[in-house]
Design a protein around this ligand. Structure first.
Ligand code: CTP
Length: 406
């Protein structure tokens, strides 16, 4: 595919050399369009050598082939990295006073920007408004991260790492094979209040569920993501025009939100870790030591949400459950699968995504490994690697059994 990488004037331009390399390694034809300012950070020969394509900053070169619009017209994807506050403002206003601007105005391809600037500039009301404008037009925003900035400052504004930008970019080139699918996904972990300040919770970060939401949206689905206590940094990956986020705190909240979302969805994925039990009473006031003794916490059972959704299932609805298991012997795959098959039958889900978890595996990690069990108990898919790779494998299995309504 043809990818245009527009490089604007920031020190992070040096990281885009690696970005270009990664996109080429993934098999794409990359044309780099730097601004004049960008060339003060990384020179033209570097961009030509790394992209293996001619590079110019001028709208007046190659006029016979109308290069100033042809680049945008022929692109399958345009990535702006780094995207300075200035270029973001120009994009929002539709200004085309250089080759980056004309390329962006002439393209109908997906556009991804990786902002890089000082924290103050990122937080400025003008930048905030420009980002919102771009987002509302469907431009995808990758980052920025919070961390060290040029000059020793630190804060939000640091460009994402090349690997992260490449992953976000390549995700935009995927086929829209889930177009027309409405999918409700729960993610994160519930918290069951004990008193106004304490809760019983679990270590689920929500990363796998958010990766599922992002993958489904990239593949063309309309997504409702019910987020249970997911950190803002993790949830940021779910910023997508086709993802609507609903928030849930406890299992009871999650049940309400998923029941509502399921009414309009053909596919339901319960990736959230739901507390099986909640405190029988929620103390009105904070439990204190002053009261004396050690409080006994009585627990009552929460409803099994996915089992309820299965009972209320409409014709053609596909329901996917997750199972995080800790086998008696770590790594005992046979035992893991046997338990998973029992769970799949008990819950009545069409697909069950199974992974082994422990303190070192599964939770809070960027990487994951899972197998997917079908309704007959057979392993229908397996995947390992990034949570995105696992998400895509799960969605492939869903697509196999999903019948699009016409
Ligand atoms: N689940 C649910 N409601 C609950 C508990 C779990 O909907 N009260 C869903 C989870 O979202 C997940 C699947 O059921 O999709 C399996 O969760 P898990 O905690 O592994 O299952 P449990 O039924 O709690 O079984 P176990 O006895 O192994 O804890």
């Amino acid at each position: 595919m043809n990818i245009v990488v527009a490089v604007t004037g920031g020190i992070a331009a040096y990281k885009s050399v690696q970005l270009v390399r990664l996109l080429i390694k993934a098999g794409h034809d990359v044309t780099v369009v730097p601004t004049d300012d960008a060339l003060r950070f990384v020179g033209l020969p570097t961009w030509e050598a790394i992209s293996r394509n001619p590079v110019t900053t001028s709208v007046h070169d190659d006029v016979a082939r109308v290069r100033h619009v042809a680049l945008g017209q022929n692109a399958d994807l345009v990535v702006v990295a780094p995207a300075t506050a200035n270029t973001i403002a120009k994009m929002a206003a539709g200004i085309a006073d250089n080759l980056v601007g004309t390329t962006l105005l002439a393209t109908e391809a997906p556009v991804l920007i990786a902002p890089a600037m000082h924290a103050e500039m990122w937080r400025h009301a003008a930048t905030r408004a420009n980002i919102e404008t771009l987002r509302s037009r469907g431009v995808r925003i990758a980052g920025p991260a919070t961390g060290e900035l040029a000059g020793g400052d630190s804060g939000p504004g640091r460009m994402l790492e090349p690997e992260e930008i490449a992953e976000a970019a390549l995700a935009l080139l995927v086929p829209r094979d889930l177009a027309g699918m409405r999918i409700a996904i729960s993610a994160g972990g519930t918290r069951e209040p004990l008193d106004p300040v304490r809760f019983l919770g679990n270590r689920s970060s929500g990363r796998q569920g958010v990766a599922l939401a992002a993958a489904a949206a990239d593949r063309g689905a309309e997504v409702t993501l019910v987020a249970a206590n997911i950190g803002a940094d993790v949830l940021a990956a779910a910023q997508h025009p086709s993802i609507r986020v609903e928030y849930a705190g406890s299992a009871a909240d999650l049940e309400r939100a998923m029941t509502d979302a399921a009414a309009a969805a053909e596919v339901i994925v319960m990736a959230a870790a739901v507390a099986d039990f909640r405190p029988a009473v929620r103390a009105e006031r904070k439990l204190t030591k002053e009261a004396g003794g050690i409080p006994a916490i009585e627990l009552v059972e929460n409803p099994d949400i996915v089992a309820g959704l299965v009972r209320a299932r409409r014709e053609g609805q596909v329901i996917v459950g997750f199972a995080a298991e800790t086998p008696e012997v770590e790594g005992d795959e046979a035992e893991l699968l046997e338990r998973a098959r029992r769970k799949q039958r008990r819950k009545g889900v069409d697909l069950l995504v199974v992974n082994e978890v422990g303190w070192q595996r599964g939770f809070e990690q960027g990487e994951n490994a899972a197998v997917v069990i079908g309704a007959e108990g057979a392993v229908v898919a397996s995947a390992s690697g990034s949570k995105r790779a696992v998400a895509d494998a799960v969605l492939d299995a869903v697509r196999e059994i999903w019948t699009p309504s016409t």
